[in-house]
Design a protein. Structure first.
Length: 141
């Protein structure tokens, strides 16, 4: 069902400090896939580290939005795995038929349709599932 692992995401409170560590100290190469999600209240950057994509996510206002609430509860560190599928609706049906809860289903933005698998159903790992399109393939290299 899952086509490929796209990236691992790390939640951080200080984006500049984290970028310095992962890029200046550890040698990560910044990618153009970066931005902000005002609706969900977080910013992100993506970089290559050892040839693999890693994403940093940081709340715009500490404690607010999904990322901010997550960091308040669990602290900084691993946030989610992101995996591509060919068809988001088929993936949703598949996971729900297996008893895995789907969170935050969003197909409103054609260039990034996605949902999450509930971490209580996936051994504590939040897994993002997104429908791959030409734009996401281009950003993933």
């Amino acid at each position: 069902m899952l086509k490929r692992l796209d990236h691992v995401s790390i939640g951080v409170l200080d984006m500049d400090k984290a970028r310095d560590l992962f890029c200046e100290v550890l040698g990560g190469e910044i990618l153009p896939d970066a931005g902000e999600s005002p609706a969900e209240g977080f910013d992100w950057i993506t970089f290559l580290l050892g040839g693999k994509r890693v994403e940093l996510v940081s709340p715009r206002i500490p404690g607010e939005g999904g990322v901010g609430q997550y960091l308040d509860k669990y602290g900084e560190g691993f946030h989610h795995l992101s995996c591509a599928v060919d068809n988001l609706e088929e993936a949703r049906t598949h996971f729900e038929s297996k008893g895995i809860r789907v969170l935050g289903y969003n197909d409103e933005v054609a260039s990034f349709k996605h949902f999450y698998l509930h971490p209580k159903d996936t051994f504590g790992a939040l897994i993002q599932v997104f429908e791959e399109c030409a734009e996401t393939i281009e950003l993933s290299g």
